[in-house]
Design a protein around this ligand. Sequence first.
Ligand code: NDP
Ligand code: 2IT
Length: 446
Amino acid sequence: MNQRVSQFMATIKAKNPGENEYHQAVQEVAESLIPFIEENPKYKQAKILERIAEPERTIIFRVPWLDDKGEIQINRGFRIEMNSAIGPYKGGLRFHPTVNLGILKFLAFEQVFKNSLTTLPMGGGKGGSDFDPKGKSDNEVMRFCQSFMTELYRHIGADTDVPAGDIGVGGREIGYLFGQYKRLKNEFTGVLTGKGIEWGGSLIRPEATGYGATYFAEEMLSTRGDGIKGKTVCISGSGNVAQYAAEKVTQLGGKVVTMSDSDGFIYDTEGIDSGKLNFVMELKNVKRGRIKEYTTKYKAEYHEGKRPWGIKCDIAMPNATQNEIDAADAKTLVKNGCICVSEGANMPSTPEAVEVFLNAKILYGPGKAANAGGVATSGLEMTQNSMRLPWSREEVDERLHIIMQNIHKTCVRYGTGKDGYINYVNGANIGGFVKVANAMLAQGLV
Ligand code: NDP
Ligand code: 2IT
């Protein structure tokens, strides 16, 4: 590691002890940015990177709620307000038992660069809770959401901080959260995105992350005169991002052969076509069942406790969670002929896995670029809320597509090396940094 990077990381680790995912996210960015900052001393002198790595505000709160048996449950709630240089804090809420401060800080940090890449005026934030929605009744989820918002409402607002969904937070949870916010503030505003279409939501927002990651893959492939048509694609996850990535890949003529959840993955050699995907959507979004149940209806292998990266594919789309591809998985993917990785999830590849992809010079699209379509379309939802005028499906999809093409262009501009290989990691980190850094310089010591 470069000496300046290791000095910088020593301070980060000392100030944020035990927050491993946060260290990981900051180090990746520092490795791209420190050489760039050395060439641009105005950023160095103003200690922009040091400031970006310290959240503007961190809120941690108690979330007490009553379960269906009348027993009191206590969870912990968080909101990390990371950076507001280019717009109100913006980023999702994650409800998952693994949630802790370090994980949400990594997500909030990545969000700052991602949101800048979208070209829309959004700062970075993230929040959530260690609450596990799995196995809870709708009433329990509602009571939890109401209690969570009873504290969060005082910190957020349409021009202050605009949360949305992430793992464990979908349309149902956004509905309960919005209802409680409206009740407490007596205001109907665009304080959350991912809202239902009848009450201020945007068409295409549910599809946006998965569609966007697929558009990004198509852009990367086009730099080599290639495309998704005819390609075999391994997808992990079976939630919001995975479902709509599968839909778009299939529409563009690719064949999706795997989907997964935290228990295992299914492998359907014939491809998960639109009829089969409808079954997965019903299974996951309505019945809230396990991916294993796919095999009760369709012919497919089920691999308990395994991730799909051992299956031969041309394109891999990790769409479940952080650090779900390790170095061994990455080597297997490359050995099996994988030419493109487009990350729907945030930081799904370990640093060692990323190194494998970059050394093999395959097309590697890191999450903060490839999955930016979700938050970009949240930005478009905010625009429509401000105008009080909804756009058509075609209009939003067209704008999403153009935004993904522009993010790709930014990555090419900042990430192309002397040998012509596009390092999308450097491209996304530097491209996302410049706008935020210039705004911070202009706004003085904040
Ligand atoms: P969902 O909750 O809808 O789905 C998550 C999926 O990932 C489920 O299949 C879940 O399986 C699986 N999963 C979650 N945690 C783990 C784990 N620890 N190990 C293995 N599998 C796991 O979430 P999303 O689809 O919204 O999010 C997926 C990823 O995409 C996350 O990294 C998120 O940060 C990222 N993302 C999401 C955006 C959005 O708009 N929703 C935007 C940009 C990025 P199980 O049901 O068994 O838990
Ligand atoms: O990681 C992400 O970009 C999201 N979960 C979406 C955030 C948003 O505000 O739409």
